[in-house]
Write a protein that binds this ligand. Structure first.
Ligand code: ZN
Ligand code: ZN
Length: 57
């Protein structure tokens, strides 16, 4: 699946992912494949460990 646009975090043109949480387009470096979200959302989720079992299989 390819997406066209710029990474919302760093502005690189090679975006491959869409954040499941906020819908941002992000490049590989700013996408957390385990969480399925961008690193911004990933740090929010990671900082708040309420749903620890949703990001660990
Ligand atoms: Zn990026
Ligand atoms: Zn996000």
């Amino acid at each position: 699946m390819s997406v066209s646009g710029l990474c919302d975090v760093c502005g690189q043109p090679d975006v491959d992912h869409v954040c499941d949480r906020c819908g941002r387009l992000v490049c590989d470096r700013h996408y957390d494949a385990e969480l399925g979200v961008c690193t911004e959302c990933g740090s929010e989720i990671g900082g708040d460990r309420d749903d620890a079992d949703t990001y660990r299989f």
